[in-house]
Design a protein around this ligand. Structure first.
Ligand code: SF4
Length: 980
């Protein structure tokens, strides 16, 4: 009886295999002797190594030319052999094509319910159903319908109940159309293996661990025909699937190779995050790697490939062999953004500005040249600025070009473009060109073939300007591989699909493309064999390395997190006779253990960072159960805990980061420069209430806005902009009351709400907000504003004298640091009952003064001595807001008599015109003397304190009211914010 040969783990499996093939079949006088041998391996990566070992073996010993054995991966062997059984050869189908054929099976059959009504609804289920039927074929199962399947969605119930019938009809349809699938080919070969000679010479089945039922039937037959089977394992402790294989086949095993186990040196590293892992990984890579089996960097999660490559020593030769998910690339993110852009269009077909802005910020677009070869990114920057200033939430293609020409300062625009030797017409042509290539084709797609055409056009447009340029190869070394995957795999799977010409809704076309991209892998195949080997875990199968470095040995990565299959949850698999997920874990465990056991030393890294969890609780990444197993084995051996053997690679944070700074410290000439700035600003503009209030609320905000001149980011108006609405209301009320300037206004005779509302409509319709707001929001805003204005008129006093409207006031005051000019523009001044009443309209919330605030908080308030943070906070708490008292001071112009009869109030337009006074009219008589004294002495001293504070304070302090940060324009960039 044939025996299975077990090569112990301390041996290099493929090197041993090469030696055996050489020893048994090489004949120096017959260069074709080896060519008659067939070696079947589980995957293609091993082929490269086996050939390399054979080459070195033969050239080292005999230096004779030879034709190598036929070394194939099982997948290729099955393809080749099954074609011989197909007559004529069938066309293999991709998963979306399989789903399409399945749709043909279930369509119009009422027993499958609504899932079978439209391709749109069936598609996601079709993909899962196709995968299930593939598994059924690989396991040689004859499927039956599952009656009353539990715990699955209604769409899946009908499909599972009719599974047997679907399978049979699908099979029949494929045969009739000359079509097949990978699973069907494997099944065909397994069922016809006795009729088919797989090769004339000896066959080696090397390195297989877990077999599907179809593979098992093929191997059993070949084994009975003297094929040699080789395993890589510890002969004394066979892993579970080998034990089962041995028992079920009733085989004997023989060991070939050294019998002294050589346990690897294991090094454990617990790192805070991926960056900490990669930082510490660098020290474990040996210098001057000579052999391909010297060192492997293993990435069980292929998506960390790019940061891993960037953390390797410069110019180190590297050989990458793994399937990198296409959806993790910049190319895929661009495609996704193009789809989002199309999906987000409004009924008129206009594009949502945020989606468009995200698109034009993509690096592939920003590097495109203009028609005359200038830098396109300058135009895109210009376009973004224009959209923010003059755009609407939704913009047509034409609107996006036209917006470039809208300007309030054409000379400034001309100079900006001229910095790159551009002008407006070239900028417009460039943007039109982008639209022609990136938007038009995507608007028109109706079929998968059309979508494939749009993708081809896109690739040509984006990359042809850089073909053959050195820079592109140097700056984006992996791009070519990703483009190749798109052109060689994604596009053909749409172009050649069975449903390629079938018209589809754009939403379905995009979900199809997303599915195809999700499945696509860029197959880095790492050839020739040089340098450091960077591999996925499955790519390490059969290979042995002196040193192995594994990144991310975490739960959910090794073993991978199993996604719940909504079509066939785990408990239903057994009913169909399919294998459960515990087998998947056993397979991954074997490959991991084998890789580690073969090495002389292994460096195992995992992450232990905290991460947000569900329900607001924090979770923590934990090391893999495989690490726990290794540690436990070692602890049992030593009889002691091994935690100290785990090196920590923590996140290092300077202690300074936890120390909250007082604010932005002023240094050197800062104090003098602030003083100069204040003098200059006072002379040019005057110190206004909003200027002073900004400092009182937050010196840092004052610094950003006035000293640095940082303007808050401008965004396209999508919601009601309260500042812009306030501006309109001010203009409307000024226009309405202007015929009564210096005249009496009598409520009964003069109230004219129609005129007021028509002024509002006229002003509002010419505003940016009206242009940008959605119709329903516009309607509600107009309605609410008209209501408020009407309410305001109805609450006007019976008679009032309108003394001034939108009048400007300036008042020079001498202070310790010299003379400063204070400034204010007052909305309206009325005269009523012997008082002059300053009115300031407010459309938003007003932080009013509570009754008695003046006498209780302000009169007894002592001006602080020191220009420090606490002093400023005390002033803020006491005065709250400087606007109304400053207006009183300005309007009274220092006259004591005027000060005693001047009142000021906010008019709350949102509350029917309610007037909120600084000192209410009914209390002024009792407070007149105190008020005159306060305005004449205390208030100017308080202003002087603020000016001194601006100049002398050691820091620009953060907000004096922590709540302010939540509404601050600079919150996103301010490191002192209390909101984050
Ligand atoms: S975020 Fe807060 S601390 Fe920073 S500038 Fe704005 S208000 Fe001041």
């Amino acid at each position: 009886m044939n025996k299975v040969t077990v090569i112990p783990l301390q041996e290099n499996f493929l090197e041993r295999l090469a030696e055996e093939v050489f020893a048994r079949h090489y004949q120096p006088d017959d260069p074709l002797a080896l060519a008659r041998v067939t070696v079947v391996l589980p995957h293609r990566r091993g082929i490269v190594y086996l050939r390399d070992y054979l080459f070195h073996l033969i050239t080292a010993r005999k230096k004779m030319p030879f034709v190598p054995p036929r070394i194939v991966a099982i997948k290729d062997l099955v393809e080749e052999a099954a074609i011989q059984l197909e007559d004529p050869p069938c066309r293999p189908l991709s998963p979306p094509d399989q789903a399409w054929v399945l749709f043909g099976v279930v369509r119009d059959n009422p027993s499958y319910g609504r899932v079978a009504e439209t391709w749109d609804r069936f598609f996601p289920w079709g993909i899962r159903l196709a995968a299930l039927l593939e598994e059924i074929d690989r396991e040689l199962v004859i499927p039956q319908g599952i009656p009353y399947p539990g715990d699955v969605p209604p769409d899946a119930i009908a499909l599972l109940e009719g599974l047997g019938a679907i399978y049979t009809a699908f099979d029949r349809l494929l045969k009739a159309e000359g079509l097949t699938t990978g699973g069907k080919r494997l099944r065909l070969l397994a069922e016809g293996i006795e009729r088919l000679p797989l090769g004339e010479g000896p066959i080696y089945l090397a390195g297989f661990y877990a077999l599907t039922n179809a593979e098992e039937r093929i191997f059993r037959h070949l084994f009975s025909q003297d094929a040699r089977i080789l395993w890589h394992a510890d002969p004394e402790r066979l892993p579970p699937l080998y034990r089962r294989w041995k028992d079920e086949w009733g085989m004997e095993i023989e060991t070939q190779g050294g019998d002294t186990p050589r346990p690897p040196q294991l090094h454990y590293y617990e790192a805070y995050d991926l960056h900490a892992e990669l930082l510490h990984m660098q020290a474990t890579i040996p210098a001057g790697i000579q052999r391909p089996d010297q060192c492997a960097l293993v990435l069980p999660d292929p998506s960390v490939l790019i940061p891993a490559l960037y953390s390797l020593p410069p110019r180190m030769p590297v050989n990458v062999s793994l399937g990198y998910p296409l959806e993790r690339t910049a190319l895929s993110s661009l495609l996704d953004q193009l789809m989002r852009l199309q999906e987000g269009r409004d009924e008129e077909g206009a594009y949502y500005h945020q989606d468009y802005l995200t698109l034009i910020r993509h690096p592939y677009l920003r590097r495109l040249p203009t028609p005359s070869g200038k830098e396109g990114r300058i135009v895109l920057h210009f376009l973004e600025e224009k959209i923010r200033h003059y755009g609407k939430p939704f913009l047509t293609r034409e609107g996006l070009v036209e917006v470039l020409a809208i300007s309030e300062d054409e000379e400034r625009d001309r100079r900006f473009l001229a910095t790159e030797d551009l002008d407006l017409s070239e900028a417009q042509r460039f943007v039109q060109g982008l639209h022609q290539q990136l938007l038009e084709p995507w608007e028109a797609v109706q079929t998968p073939r059309g979508l494939a055409g749009a993708l081809r056009g896109l690739v040509r447009f984006l990359f042809s300007p850089f073909v053959g340029t050195e820079d592109s190869l140097h700056d984006h070394p992996l791009d070519n591989e990703f483009i190749y995957t798109l052109e060689g795999s994604v596009i053909p799977s749409l172009e050649d699909a069975l449903f390629a010409r079938h018209p589809m809704d754009a939403r379905l076309l995009f979900s199809l493309l997303r599915e195809v991209i999700h499945m696509a892998r860029t197959p880095f195949e790492g050839h020739p064999l040089v340098g450091l080997q960077v591999l996925g875990l499955l790519e390490t199968r059969l290979l042995s390395f002196d040193r192995v470095i594994v990144i991310d040995v975490n739960e959910d990565i090794i073993p991978a997190h199993e996604e719940v299959n909504p079509l066939l949850p785990e408990p239903l698999k057994g009913i169909l006779g399919l294998k459960g997920s515990e087998r998947e874990e056993a397979i991954v465990r074997y490959h991991f253990d084998r890789l580690i056991s073969c090495a002389k030393e292994a460096h195992l890294f995992w992450q232990a960072s905290t991460m947000p969890g569900s329900g607001g609780l924090e979770g923590k990444k934990v090391r893999s159960r495989f690490i726990e197993g290794l540690l436990w084995q070692e602890e049992k051996k030593r009889g002691a805990f091994l935690e100290e053997a785990v090196a920590k690679a923590p996140l290092r944070i300077s202690g300074k980061s936890f120390h909250r700074e007082e604010g932005l410290a002023k240094k050197g000439r800062d104090h003098r420069q602030v003083k100069e700035f204040l003098s200059e600003w006072s002379r040019m503009h005057g110190l206004s209430a909003s200027f002073l209030n900004t400092y009182l609320l937050c010196p840092l905000k004052f610094y950003y806005r006035y000293l640095l001149g940082l303007k808050p980011a401008i965004a396209v108006t999508e919601e009601v902009d309260s500042a812009a609405l306030g501006e309109i209301m001010h203009q409307v009320l000024e226009a309405y009351f202007s015929p009564y300037r210096k005249r009496q206004y009598r409520k009964a005779a003069d109230n004219d709400s129609e005129r007021l509302i028509s002024i509002f409509r006229e002003r509002f319709s010419g505003s940016t907000m009206c242009r940008c707001l959605a119709p329903e929001k516009r309607f509600f805003l107009e309605y609410a504003a008209a209501y408020r204005l009407q309410s305001y008129l109805s609450q006007m006093p019976e008679v009032t004298f309108i003394e001034a409207l939108e009048e400007e006031y300036r008042l020079p005051l001498s202070m310790g640091r010299g003379e400063f000019i204070f400034y204010g523009k007052v909305d309206r001044i009325d005269r009523r009952g012997g008082h002059r009443i300053i009115l300031d309209y407010k459309t938003g919330r007003v932080e009013g003064f509570v009754k008695g605030h003046f006498e209780r908080s302000l009169l007894p308030f002592p001006i602080p001595n020191e220009p420090d943070y606490e002093g400023l906070k005390a002033v803020k708490r006491a005065i709250k807001d400087l606007q109304l008292p400053l207006y009183c001071l300005l309007v009274a112009a220092g006259s004591t008599e005027a000060l005693g009869s001047t009142l000021a109030a906010y008019v709350e337009l949102g509350r029917g015109g309610n007037e909120r006074y600084f000192i209410p009219p009914d209390r002024i008589d009792g407070l007149r003397a105190a008020s005159i004294a306060w305005f004449s002495s205390s208030f100017p001293s308080l202003l002087a304190y603020l000016i001194d504070h601006m100049v002398e304070a050691s820091h620009f302090f953060p907000a004096t009211d922590e709540d302010a940060c939540r509404y601050c324009d600079y919150e996103a960039v301010c490191r002192f914010s209390f909101a984050s």
